[in-house]
Design a protein around this ligand. Structure first.
Ligand code: GTP
Ligand code: MG
Length: 373
């Protein structure tokens, strides 16, 4: 920590040094020179006198710089169409993971403990030369948690409703979360291969939740599928691509990448691994990244089949290594021009996290008033 001088305080506040000197004299009876070192508490008092919230200002520095990078608008001529990011929601056991699996012809369900999805997983699928990204969640809680953190990665939702079961509590909860988010939704009426199904009941249940099926004159497409044997999956993909087209999803691939961490975990061999989804720009090996309270150079990048990649364009979910610690779900990431900036920001956030914890333990945050007595 550098000592505070009249000059540095004046620069930090954007106020003339003369004003500071004058307050020092009036309030503290001290005649100070421009290079004189002043106590932190005195500096805070002077700032307060000048109506500047100094603590606020000092914390914001890099955080603001990075937010500017994240929020920087792209010129419309730089934007190109990007794949939709589709979150799969629905009641337990209605077939979310099976659906995503058959869309990418893999066998994740068999490898899951007890067949219950514990973690978020994201995959990219190609249909008639168009790409779609699917995010399989352990439930709508993960979806709303992400949104509450401002990590709105979802462009569309596929609501899976088992045709032998209809709308169940978690289906209804998912519907209300989707409505609150304003994200477009397509219903996949699943398990139509089963003998004991009731399609009319599913439609009635949906209508009762104010989700009116298009076949009843409403706005929601309900596509019949069997995730198990593949019936209707092409139809579902086409409906999703059509919805995506209507919403003109675009991003600029030629800018430093920003996006969101879907999940972080520690891997025996690879160390800290972060499952990132790129929202704008292109992420590359060697990029200096800050992600929540973690930072580092991207050392290696893998797609959803653990194939190594050199770069990741918008909407592509990738697993990356190289961060110094494990970031959390919903943490934003940004590529910065130098690693020092990334390190400083990560450390500042860690420090703030600690101060928050300390403040909670000591009965609330210390304000300027506390310091002033
Ligand atoms: P959670 O992750 O626990 O919320 O479940 P999920 O919605 O991901 O369901 P999952 O894909 O694990 O499927 C639950 C069960 O339904 C499994 O036994 C699947 O084999 C079965 N299932 C999924 N889709 C179909 C289908 O189209 N037809 C039939 N007959 N069974 C299906
Ligand atoms: Mg699942």
């Amino acid at each position: 920590e550098l000592p505070i001088t009249v000059r540095s305080l004046s620069e930090a506040m954007g106020r003339p040094a003369k004003a500071i000197m004058s307050i020092m004299f009036k309030e503290f009876g001290e005649m100070v020179t421009i290079n004189q070192i002043i106590e932190e508490e005195t500096a805070l008092a002077v700032a307060l006198e000048l109506g500047v919230d100094l603590t606020f200002k000092r914390q914001k520095g890099i955080e603001e710089t990075v937010n500017e990078i994240i929020e920087q608008e792209d010129a419309s001529e730089d934007l190109i169409t990007r794949p939709p990011i589709i979150t799969v929601l629905g009641h337990v056991d209605h077939g979310k993971t099976t659906l995503v699996d058959s869309l990418r012809n893999s066998k994740v369900v068999e490898g899951e403990a007890g067949g219950i999805t514990q973690h978020i997983a994201a995959y990219q699928v190609e249909h008639n030369n168009h790409k779609l990204t699917f995010v399989d969640t352990p439930g709508h809680a993960a979806f709303s948690e992400m949104r509450s953190r401002g990590a709105n990665v979802t462009d569309m939702v596929v609501l899976v409703v088992a045709a032998d079961d209809g709308v169940m509590p978690q289906t209804a909860e998912s519907i209300s979360h989707v409505k609150a988010s304003g994200v477009p939704m397509v219903v996949a009426m699943n398990k139509i291969d089963l003998p004991e199904i009731n399609e009319q009941k599913v439609l009635t249940d949906l209508a009762a939740q104010d989700v009116l099926p298009s076949e009843w004159g409403g706005e929601t497409e309900v596509v019949r599928v069997s995730a198990l044997n593949g019936t209707g999956l092409d139809n579902l993909l086409e409906t999703l691509l059509l919805t995506a087209e209507l919403h003109e999803l675009k991003a600029n691939p030629n800018r430093p990448a920003v996006g969101v961490c879907l999940e972080g975990f520690r891997d025996e061999g690879r160390g800290s691994v972060a499952w990132l989804i790129v929202q704008k720009g292109t992420l590359r090996i060697g990029d200096a990244v800050v992600c929540g309270k973690s930072y580092g150079y991207i050392r290696a990048m893998y797609d959803d089949r653990d194939q190594q990649l050199e770069e990741a364009p918008p909407s592509l979910p990738v697993k990356v290594t190289g961060l110094d610690s494990v970031p959390g779900a919903g943490d934003h990431f940004a590529v910065l021009s130098d690693i020092e900036q990334a390190r400083e920001l990560a450390e500042e956030r860690r420090h703030e996290g600690r101060t928050d914890t300390l403040a909670r333990h000591s009965g609330g945050p210390r304000t300027l008033d506390d310091i002033m007595g």
